[in-house]
Design a protein around this ligand. Structure first.
Ligand SMILES: C[S@@+](CC[C@H](N)C(=O)[O-])C[C@H]1O[C@@H](n2cnc3c(N)ncnc32)[C@H](O)[C@@H]1O
Length: 224
């Protein structure tokens, strides 16, 4: 499993968002992890969290996979809704919306507490997603690419958020995963300064990850 997503939970605990937007809801796995982290951080207090998940869902096609460098299987909106409904039954403060379609058409400009941009991998789509969410308090982007030690990696003129973030103050988070086909993938953060506690947690995670040694690239195509 990719290791960098553990950083997402540290950030959710840090910022305790009430509204999360995820671009690229996929099968709802990350939505559950983020919601669990938020409710865990709230302890016994009543907590309200609204999740908005955007994805192509049933409208995905071979063409959109190629355009967005998508290698993951697709899930229906209904299947993801059932997963999140089960979570909502156990957590009364949890509500959600799932929006189907291409975010270049479906995503309205909005400012939310926490935006996680992890949908289409093309520079064009990431630029459009970030532009519409730019006034959000915290923005986390997946798909910041680096070359591996063989000098391989995705074409940054076509894929990833590197080009989109040029001129935008951000920080690249430390944990990196290998990409099938070559290269490394990290996350980039646009946010208010982190607390000392969150910084320590990120540093500890980085150390633990380094101690476990380099993770082999997935044998079958996995998420860049
Ligand atoms: C890498 S997966 C998301 C993984 C998920 N965020 C997670 O952490 O488990 C990318 C998702 O984005 C969706 N996607 C790709 N291009 C999109 C677009 N232009 N608009 C909306 N969704 C898109 C794909 O259908 C896919 O489910």
């Amino acid at each position: 499993m990719a290791r960098r997503y553990a950083q997402l939970q540290i950030l959710i605990e840090e910022f305790r968002p009430r509204v999360i937007v995820e671009i690229g809801a996929w099968k709802g796995k990350r939505a559950l992890e983020m919601a669990e982290a938020a409710f865990r951080a709230a302890g016994d207090s009543y907590y309200e969290l609204h999740y908005k998940g955007y994805d192509l869902f049933d409208t995905a096609s071979v063409e959109s996979d190629a355009e967005e460098l998508n290698v993951k299987a697709h899930h229906t909106r209904d299947a993801v809704a059932s997963t999140l409904e089960a979570f909502a039954r156990e957590h009364p403060g949890f509500t959600f919306e799932l929006i189907e379609g291409n975010t270049r058409e479906t995503l309205a400009p909005q400012a939310v507490d926490f935006a996680f941009i992890d949908g289409g991998h093309s520079v064009e789509t990431i630029r459009s997603d970030l532009d519409r969410l730019r006034d959000s308090r915290v923005i986390l982007l997946d798909d910041w690419y680096a070359l591996d030690d063989r000098g391989a990696g995705p074409d940054l003129e076509v894929y990833g958020c590197n080009r989109v973030l040029e001129g935008v103050p951000h920080e690249v988070l430390p944990v990196r995963d290998p990409i099938h086909g070559g290269g490394l993938v990290q996350m980039a953060l646009i946010a208010p300064p982190l607390s000392r506690r969150a910084r320590m947690k990120l540093a500890m995670l980085k150390t633990r990850t380094a101690l476990r040694g380099p993770r082999p690239a997935p044998a079958t195509p996995a998420a860049p």
